[in-house]
Design a protein around this ligand. Structure first.
Ligand SMILES: CC(C)(COP(=O)(O)OP(=O)(O)OC[C@H]1O[C@@H](n2cnc3c(N)ncnc32)[C@H](O)[C@@H]1OP(=O)(O)O)[C@@H](O)C(=O)NCCC(=O)NCCSC(=O)C[C@H](O)C(=O)O
Ligand SMILES: [Mg+2]
Length: 284
């Protein structure tokens, strides 16, 4: 199990941010070559992102590169350079169909490499085809691009994200159906921890594994909300103990604190404990 509670973007043109990420308590970092980089800085950013991946030093953190789309002047060269640098994953913006993913996969086959793909769902077409996208070999994580999607859908910027709920839930459903992780989109709120925490809680309630972030101040709230609480871990351990005791007695069902415990509760508890152990191992 891989914790992906906090996944921080940074512009690959910003050397200082990429250096700083080595000391942040994030689960993953994304060096962005797409929207956070001005056209005039694209080539330099690409070279810096790849150099940073090669230099390493990010410890337990997954390191990813977000490339520009295939329809842009930089997309193909970004992908080639990323394949060469071998990050832990490649984030693909605005994926709308299976053919796009096949192109990337064919290219990886050509050069005999396989790097996990993290397609972004951030257009109406992407939302409509998200199940087919999630089903593709090589896809590890689905990433919501809520800023682009909000723009495409012409949605007002409301704190409850009402207009996005269909796309968010549809994407979570597709991810779960095909066994992928799924990340919520970014928030531009940098100076209001309470408001940002509420957004994380909404994402957690919708079923996301974690949130994509744009600033170090967002890391701690995301880790807190998307990680299991100490009480949840303690409860999960008790559920497992009760279930194992029932199994030893040849029973297919247990009772704990006046509540029925079935196989599915035990499986969920196992996942919570494994998640907590993965986070603890990561910290160590
Ligand atoms: C938003 C920012 C431009 C703000 O930057 P800045 O003014 O430098 O912030 P601070 O002065 O508060 O920074 C304090 C220190 O933290 C470092 N820092 C800041 N941001 C990051 C970061 N993202 N990663 C790592 N480190 C960061 C600063 O360097 C300061 O360090 P120090 O000097 O040592 O004290 C900036 O936060 C920023 O650029 N954020 C990322 C923006 C980004 O990548 N956007 C693209 C991805 S989101 C997207 O595209 C949406 C998606 O596609 C969709 O459609 O939804
Ligand atoms: Mg976007």
């Amino acid at each position: 199990m891989r914790p992906r509670r906090s996944v921080l973007y940074m512009p690959a043109a910003n050397q200082r941010a990429m250096d700083k990420a080595r000391s942040l308590d994030v689960d993953a970092v994304i060096f962005d070559l797409e929207d956070a980089v001005a056209p005039s800085a694209k080539e330099q950013a690409r070279a810096q992102a790849c150099a940073q991946v090669r230099a390493g030093g990010y410890g337990h953190r997954e390191v990813l590169i977000r490339v520009n789309g295939l329809h842009t002047p930089w997309g193909r060269s970004d992908f080639e350079a990323a394949l060469d640098a071998r990050p832990d994953g490649i984030v693909l913006p605005k994926v709308e169909d299976v053919a796009t993913l096949e192109h990337y996969r064919d290219r990886m086959n050509d050069v005999g490499t396989a790097i996990p793909l993290w397609p972004m769902i951030e257009t109406p077409a992407g939302v409509s085809r998200v199940d087919q996208i999630a089903a593709q070999d090589g896809v590890a994580v689905l990433v919501m691009g809520t800023s682009d999607l909000q723009k495409e859908l012409r949605l007002p910027d409301t704190p409850d994200r009402q207009g996005l709920l269909y796309a968010l839930s549809r994407t979570v459903n597709a991810a779960r159906r095909h066994g992928r992780d799924v990340l919520d989109g970014v928030s531009a709120v940098l100076d209001d921890t309470e408001a940002f925490t509420r957004l994380c809680e909404q994402g957690r309630a919708l079923g996301f594994d974690g949130k994509t972030l744009v600033h170090p101040a967002q890391v701690a709230p995301a880790n807190r909300v998307f990680g299991p609480t100490a009480q949840a871990v303690e409860h999960a351990r008790r559920v497992l103990a009760a279930w194992q005791a029932a199994e030893r007695e040849g029973k297919g069902i247990a009772v704990l604190d006046g509540k029925m415990v079935e196989n599915l509760h035990a499986a969920d508890a196992e996942r919570v404990v494994a998640f907590a152990e993965a986070i603890a191992g990561r910290a160590g």
